[in-house]
Design a protein around this ligand. Sequence first.
Ligand SMILES: [Zn+2]
Length: 128
Amino acid sequence: MDHSRGGKNEKDAEMPLPWQQIQSALWLVGLAIIAWQDWWWPGILVLAAFSGLFQAGVQLYLKKREEQQQVVEKRVELNQQRAAWLPAVCPQCGGPLSVESVQWSGDALGACPYCEANMRPQTNTTGN
Ligand SMILES: [Zn+2]
């Protein structure tokens, strides 16, 4: 939960087009009902309140959905990072390892599903 990588601008506060159209339709229906019932006051206030509630609800929904999407993306990314350093077989028991089978207790800390040996990235830089 630390820094989020920049690059993405903040989303516009405006709702996507389909939602705007739904809201417009709600307004039209609401105005029709108000005119039909001859209930301009305080009906127009009620309609405005409903409109605001609708917009807030939509934005909450969209935000939640976006967060869920980011969680999924983050998980995929995390699994890719894990797969990059996870050995194909357990160095202790030789059992085959995969990102799915290892029991993760942290972003970069897992346990072999067979012998429960700890798995973590090799940080020795014996590179060329
Ligand atoms: Zn093992």
